[in-house]
Design a protein. Structure first.
Length: 189
């Protein structure tokens, strides 16, 4: 089994992150305005529970239900990357664990590795393995939460006439001789 040193591991990680970023969409579009604002059939509604269940059963299916298909590759690239590194770190962990049990001496990066150094590398790869699994679980949970939030905001109306105006204003108080100066913030929707 070939053992890679830390510099090669960092280079491999940077390459994987770089190619993952290349797969992200370059152009994004805002929500398109609805042509007809009236609801034709009030019985058909977007159900957030279905989006959560779909996304919990199959990661990304809730995003497809919410018509946010562009998020699916991000979920699978993230999960695939984390699970790949989990597998790699698990193999390294098992290798160093077995080497320590057998009391082997290894050559690693031109130096001899034995005894407490084997424990160091074993613990290091176990930590990386555990962090990768925690990251995969968090990404899975984020996938479900994202499907829920998108489903709850699916019917949210974003119209073009949203505006906010900040204007100076002078107010005079009735039955008193003094007035006050302030700023008014008006939100039209």
């Amino acid at each position: 089994m070939k053992v890679i040193n830390n510099i090669e591991y960092q280079k491999l990680t940077l390459l994987l992150v770089f190619f993952s970023l290349l797969n992200m969409p370059i152009f994004t579009y805002a929500q398109k305005a609805l042509k007809d604002t009236t609801v034709k059939d009030s019985t058909i509604k977007h159900n957030p529970k279905i989006a959560v269940i779909c996304s919990a059963v199959v990661p990304g299916l809730g995003q497809v239900y919410n018509k946010k298909i562009w998020k699916v590759p991000i979920i699978y690239v993230g999960l695939g990357t984390l699970l790949y590194y989990w597998d790699h770190n698990n193999k390294q962990y098992q290798f160093y664990k077995e080497s320590y049990i057998k009391k082997d001496t290894l050559i690693f990066g031109g130096t001899l590795v034995y005894g407490s150094n084997l424990i160091f590398w074993r613990d290091k790869f176990r930590r990386y393995r555990d962090l990768n699994m925690i990251g995969a679980v968090l990404l899975y949970i984020l996938n479900v939460v994202d499907a829920s939030v998108d489903a709850n905001l699916f019917d949210f109306d974003v119209s073009d006439d949203l505006s906010m105006k900040i204007e100076p204003e002078i107010k005079s108080i009735l039955l008193q001789k003094n007035s006050s100066i302030g700023i008014t913030c008006r939100i039209n929707f």
